[in-house]
Design a protein. Structure first.
Length: 202
């Protein structure tokens, strides 16, 4: 992580290249922030009722993976120490909490659960990954800076779920992949600023 902090010292000095990253929040959009402490917001406030524990873990996993997930897969993800039936029962108990908090962003069937991408949402890690896995030379400087500014902490930093090693392993993989993208993006941005002469020594 030290490398990222060093690279962040390369900042733009020309006001025409600075980026205003203040978010204008839409009242109909669900904002999901996975960098640092996870947050889910709507109407410029925390999601009500707030999600916590395995309900929050389940929702974040569905949003971040972006794929339909079988109930068996999700039950194993969070309750792998239990029998299959016990795990599925626990998943069934959590679903009403998810429906109440963010049911309009979920597609739930007897066999599958999916985060509904047809509903308005913003997911910081998704925007970050999409931008930094494209050809960086094609990304405008302002957009690259704005996306890198999203990375203000590890993916789900400090968020832990008891007795869910499969979920924890998934979080660790995401942290490693996103950190690698951040380092590469920061290198590219610092080099771009240096070559343009827009930099200060940190």
């Amino acid at each position: 992580m030290a490398e990222s902090r060093i690279l962040c010292s390369a900042t733009v000095t020309d006001s025409t290249m600075k980026t205003n990253t203040k978010l204008v929040m839409s009242p109909t959009t669900l904002y999901i922030n996975c960098f640092g402490t996870p947050q889910i917001m709507r109407h410029q406030a925390q999601l009500t009722p707030p999600l916590g524990g395995k309900a929050l873990a389940l929702f974040l996993y569905l949003a971040a993976t972006g794929r339909p997930q079988s109930r068996d897969r999700l039950a194993d993800l969070l309750w792998d120490e239990l029998t299959s039936q016990q795990a599925r029962n626990n998943l069934r108990y959590v679903l009403p909490e998810l429906r109440k908090a963010a049911g309009d962003h979920l597609l739930i069937t007897p066999h599958m659960i999916t985060f509904d991408r047809s509903q308005p949402y913003e997911l910081d890690s998704e925007r970050f990954r999409h931008t930094l896995t494209t050809a960086l030379d094609t990304v405008p400087t302002a957009e690259l800076q704005a996306v890198l500014d999203l990375y203000h902490g590890d993916f789900l930093a400090g968020f832990r779920v008891r007795n869910a090693p499969i979920f924890e392993e998934w979080v660790t993989r995401q942290q490693e992949e996103l950190h690698t993208l951040a380092v590469g993006g920061l290198h590219h941005l610092a080099e771009r600023y240096y070559n343009a002469g827009h930099y200060t020594e940190g």
